[in-house]
Each structure stands twice: as structure tokens, then as C-alpha cells.
Design a protein around this ligand. Sequence first.
Ligand code: GLN
Length: 510
Amino acid sequence: MSELHTLGLAAIAEGLAARRFSSLELGEALRARARAHADLNAFLPLDEAAETEAFHAAARASDARRAAGQALGPLDGVPLAHKDVFVTTDFPTTAASRMLVGAQGPYRSPFDATVVAQLKAAGAVSLGKLNCDEFAMGGANEHSAFGAAKNPWDATRIPGGSSGGSAVAVAARLLPAATGTDTGGSVRQPAALCGVTGLKPTYGRCSRHGMIAFASSLDQAGVLARSAADCALLIDAMAGFDPLDATSAEFAGAEPNRPGLIGAQLAARRAAATDPARPLAGLRIGLPREFFGEGLADTVRAAVQQGLEQLRALGATLVDVSLPRTELAIPVYYIIAPAEASSNLSRYDGVRYGHRAEGAKDLLELYRKSRSEGFGAEVKRRIMIGTYVLSHGYYDAYYLQAQKLRRMIADDFQAAFQACDLIAGPVTPTVARPLGAGSDPVAEYLADIFTLPASLAGLPGMSVPTGFGEGGLPVGLQLIGNVWQEATLLHAAEAFQQASDFHLRTPEGY
Ligand code: GLN
């Protein structure tokens, strides 16, 4: 039983069905493992008693359903954990910010985020909350009020962010899978730097209800797991229209947006690929020349190129395309995202919930002191930038221009998709950098160059392990699909993983 942590979702389902282990035993084994590797700082230590109680109740309920021969959900008894940006009734929620830790302790939500509720309804059992950058703002997990999570491939390196804890937990085999959120790359980038598989779906595919808002026009729920097949199972349970989120889509293309749709479309793709040696025959993969220019580390370029060769060997055709406004994605994103953040974060005022400063003489001072004490430096920087670009006199020069360019970036993708079905490239310009080297915010923003374009265009994207670069650190291959094409993405990634074993490698000691 000591090897339970090595199992992916299919093996877990099989083991549970064959009664080789219970959900309770599996979850306990993973919890013990997480405690043994607490130095990675993947889980947030918010309320251990609540975690134990909620986990025991959910795992026992799943085991009882199974024993009684009741109907089971597609993820029944599967242990996972949520990025601490999803609100949960079973556990506290902080968004890794001091702002959500009040005198009575960390914030407790009266409701579950819709994706959390959907995963529960599918039978999944949550083990707790995962570390991330404060309010999901960052790309290294160093902006967490609880300290950075550490990359298990080299504990002196960043895991990436903002969903750093999720990537670390999956990479170190503390969990088979975890939720994350992706506003400008926060699922794909940590997945790449930690050598796991990550999927950010189309904007509108999953509900944002109960996902603590950062930049509402960009925020999407996503998943990190050991394989594309596991990502497919999870996203299939999380997806669907939600009347509680005004931007969740009623239709995903021609079909109603609902749980089960991606799984059905993926099954159809698998069935249609009749030549097992060339499962990607007929698939055109576009390589944007702007994704392979200067600034891409040689070892990352080599690993990505090797991945592209693999896709070609599986039957795909590689074609050159152009996304001419790639460079502009950085200034555009770093205007729009802070603008929306400055508005979303105005609700944290020290009055209704979270941190409240002591000794304020009047209401204005209460706001000022609570927010000064509660928010970290990066969050404050974004609130200031966002307030500036939205202010009278600058709105037209910055915010309005950024919105226009955002549309042009989306149009560039549509032009590229005339010539291809998927787009491929790197996820990050380099492998994971050392912890503590991130004092320059602009350098951190520049590293988002390859993930921001798809976010601005609302497109689904994946990171798939494609080898190792400098220092033996993992490299991710990014695949970007057109809207609602998650099944195309997942099918290509799955075929890639059937022909490679990068996603199965574990860091030494794990
Ligand atoms: N690194 C980007 C940022 O700092 C993306 C974050 C995210 O996707 N949540 O905003």
C-alpha cells in the first residue's frame, strides 16, 4: 500500500472499484505524504481540524456509497485539493492574502464555488487548500502571504505561479490532481515549470462563481494533473453553464455547455483516430514565428522542438503562422488585468470581512490602514497601476487602447486558425529560476509572454511536459486551441503522452 501516491486517476478508479483500497485509506496515505513533505509549502495550513473532519466525512461517504452499491460519480472517492482562490465551505479561504485573515481567523465562505460543488457532486474528496500568489497575482508563488511553495525538481527554485501549490502537489505526488486558476498563465506556467500537465479551458467554459475575482474578463478555472487523460476527466466534471456567473457560456459551440460534453467529444476523437501509429493524421499545428524568437532559452527551444517532432511523427502537419502582436500582449495584459483588479479588490475594506486594522480614528483611516496592512506589495502595485489607467485623463490613453489591441490580438489568432487546427510553442522562455531572484516586477511580467496572448483571446491552452532543460529542470510544450476546442487539445496531448514518458518522470526523492 506504500505506492498509493503513484496512482493516476484511472488506476485510482480501478483500485477503488476492486476494493484494493478505500477512499479513506488513499486520502490518509496522501495526507501523511503531504505532512512528510511540508517543507515544499504546497498546502496552506489554515485549519487542520476542519481539514481532517471534512476529509473524513467525504471519504467515508464515498466509501459507503460504494459499499452500498449506490450510483457513483465519475470521480467518486478521488482525492484532490483546491487552489486557495476557490471559496469552500469545508475549509477556510484566504487567496494567500493577509487581507482575508481576520481577528477570528481565516475567512470562511458560506457557499462553495460552483466548480468545487461540481467536483463534489462528481464524488471527488478534497484534502485542503493549496498555496498560490496573493489573489493569483504573480508567476512565481513568491507573492503568497504564506511564503513561496518550492519546486520539487530543485527546492531552491520557484515552482511558477500563481497556481504554484497545485503544481508542486501534483509534481511531488502529494495529490493525483488539483484545481488551479489561469488569468494570464497561472495554470500553464507552473505546470510547465514543475513538469505536470495543465489545462486552462475556454473563457466561459467553467463558472467563475466563487472563484475570488482578480481580472474578471480573463479569469478561468483550470486543472493540473499527471496526464492529459486525467485533466480531461477533471475538466469534464467542472465545466458547464452556471446562471450565477454572467459570463459563463450557455453554449460551447453548437452544443449546450455542460459537464460530460468534453468527455463525449474526446471519446469521439479517440474513436475517429483509426491508425494507432498516426493518431494525429490530418491535424494541422501552427507554429507562430513570434514564439520562437529571441529570448527563448536554447535548452527550452530544443525541448519544444523535440516535442514538435514527436507531434509530426504522430501524423500532425506543422505549418508556419504568425501572431504579429505577441509582444504587445504584455503591456495590454498589464493594463487590463490591474484595471480589473483595482475594481475587484475595492471590496476588501476591513468592514465586512477579513483583516481590520486596529485603532483607526475614522472610516477613511480604517479603510486605509486595513488595506495597507492586509495587502502585499505586488497586490498594492497592481491596485495603483489599475487605478491610474482607469482614471480620468488616462483612460483613453491606456485602458481604451489596451482594449482595442486586445481585440486585434484575438483577431490575429482567428487569422492563424485559418491555416491550422492547433497552435504550439513554448510555455515559458526559460526553466524555473532561483527563488528570491524576483525583486524586479517587470522581469517577472516579461516571462508571461507566451501565455498572455491566449488568455487575452479567451482561448483554451495546455502545458504538456516535453523534456528537460538546463539543470535537468522540466520544460512545457504549449498547445492552444480555438474556442471550445478542448477535446482537440486534449486528444493531441493524450496522443503525445502515449508516445512519450516525460509526464511520468518524477523528481528525485519523490
Ligand atoms: N503571471 C500573471 C500575473 O501575474 C498571470 C497570473 C494568473 O494567471 N493568475 O498576472
